[in-house]
Design a protein around this ligand. Sequence first.
Ligand code: COA
Length: 167
Amino acid sequence: MNYRLEQAADRDAVYAVNVAAFPGKEEAELVDKLRETAEPLISLVAEDNGKIIGHILFSPVTLASDSTLQLMGLAPMAVLPQHQKQGIGSRLVALGLEHCQLLGAGAVAVLGHPAFYPRFGFTSATGFGIKSEYDVPPEVFMIKELLPGYLSGNNGTISYHQAFSEL
Ligand SMILES: CC(C)(COP(=O)(O)OP(=O)(O)OC[C@H]1O[C@@H](n2cnc3c(N)ncnc32)[C@H](O)[C@@H]1OP(=O)(O)O)[C@@H](O)C(=O)NCCC(=O)NCCS
């Protein structure tokens, strides 16, 4: 298995992975839209014998109370159904977090499975006094600080890139 940054030639395969993993095309379309409109992006793929079988995307999110903070949001992530539960998603998360750190992001937010993301150090955003712009149960919106204490003294609402609200 090879894990690497997405390249231009991977776009159709990345679209196909997202269509296969999710019930509809919304996430695949979101990835395409974010590529056009959001910056910086971290887009990683898992490749098995030259075939893209997994994908993860990170895009900038903003905390209303301090627009100078460098924050990334993990979404979406997808692994082809026949390759799930083999650790590929976990590897993509771990690698993605490393790339976010290299980029200089101080923290990463995710809206997702509360049994999965704590494995990578995510904890409920409520512990930081932060909530999602979406009306979701508190345990599904999580944050991981990449720089310890980065969010100290901040609170409020985190918003995703505008492309998310255009879905
Ligand atoms: C979520 C996903 C990318 C995980 O990829 P993966 O390669 O199967 O992940 P791993 O093998 O590293 O880990 C499997 C774990 O993912 C967990 N998981 C994470 N998010 C999940 C979700 N939304 N639904 C179901 N299981 C999820 C499972 O609980 C499983 O836990 P276990 O190890 O206790 O069995 C994959 O299941 C997938 O593509 N799902 C459909 C798309 C999706 O829901 N994406 C997440 C929202 S953006």
